[in-house]
Design a protein around this ligand. Structure first.
Ligand SMILES: Nc1ncnc2c1ncn2[C@@H]1O[C@H](COP(=O)(O)OP(=O)(O)OP(=O)(O)O)[C@@H](O)[C@H]1O
Length: 232
């Protein structure tokens, strides 16, 4: 689960700073929420802040996972080691760029989060996801030998490999054709439900998000800040 209250973050400094605000957000296990808004409004900034990659400038409350961890206190007391542990164990990222390690094969990229957590490398769920996304012929290849869409599919499986509590996805279907995008999103929703993972997904594809009945938080500009609020 995820519960955030009164979160602010900023990119840059002074007059050129870009500020985002998230008044309130809560997600139960197995629930997915889409983040939408125009290019440059701060969706990735929001995702990075929720993903503990960017320090918030204000934060009232941030509870994550089961048992609940008090992330707001960890930020306040600057416990970077604990934050890093949470990031590795409880979060899964699907980044816009794929973020795969170029010197590892697809198989080793996918195995990495489980290796880091000392979990058994073999997992039926991962084998199934690899199969459903047509990745079996690619397992021994390096990321540089893959298309962008293939990299995105690998990144998706890798993000789920250690069964995190919260999945953060930045445009996970952006490089895919409509058929593959639908297939990946369907699998995304299935896995989120099955594993009871809370998921935040940034997407420009409103039609796709609506097809799957995913609720949305949209960006509105208020006094020079981007505020993310539920869309009625
Ligand atoms: N390192 C940085 N320093 C200063 N400003 C930055 C930095 N990174 C991004 N920005 C600015 O912050 C704003 C928000 O960027 P962000 O990437 O979060 O937007 P976005 O909504 O995800 O955009 P897109 O949909 O195009 O990916 C933009 O105006 C961007 O120019």
């Amino acid at each position: 689960m995820l519960a955030i209250k009164g979160m602010m973050a900023q990119r840059g400094h002074g007059d050129h700073a870009h500020r985002i605000r998230l008044p309130e957000l809560s997600l139960a296990p197995g629930q997915c929420l889409a983040i939408t808004g125009p290019s440059g409004c701060g969706k990735s900034t929001l995702l990075e802040t929720v993903g503990l990659l960017l320090a918030p400038s204000e934060l009232e409350c941030f509870m994550l996972g089961k048992p609940q961890k008090d992330v707001a206190t960890l930020w306040r007391t600057r416990e970077q080691g604990e934050l890093a542990k949470l990031r590795a164990r409880d979060l899964g990222f699907v980044l816009q760029s794929g973020g795969l390690l170029p010197f590892l094969s697809v198989a080793d990229n996918i195995a990495l989060p489980r290796r880091i957590q000392s979990l058994p490398i073999k997992s039926d769920r991962i084998t199934q996801a690899v199969d459903r996304l047509g990745l079996i012929p690619l397992m021994e290849k390096r990321p540089a030998m893959l298309s962008i869409g293939e990299r995105q599919r690998v990144a998706f499986v890798r993000a789920l490999a250690h069964e995190p509590q919260l999945l953060l996805a930045d445009e996970p279907t952006a490089a895919l054709d409509p058929h593959s995008a639908h297939g990946l999103f369907a699998l995304f929703m299935e896995v989120v439900k099955e594993l009871q993972i809370a998921a935040l997904v940034v997407s420009h594809d409103w039609a796709l998000v609506e097809t799957f009945g995913v609720p949305r938080f949209d960006a509105v500009t208020v006094k020079g800040e981007t505020v993310f609020e539920p869309r009625p």
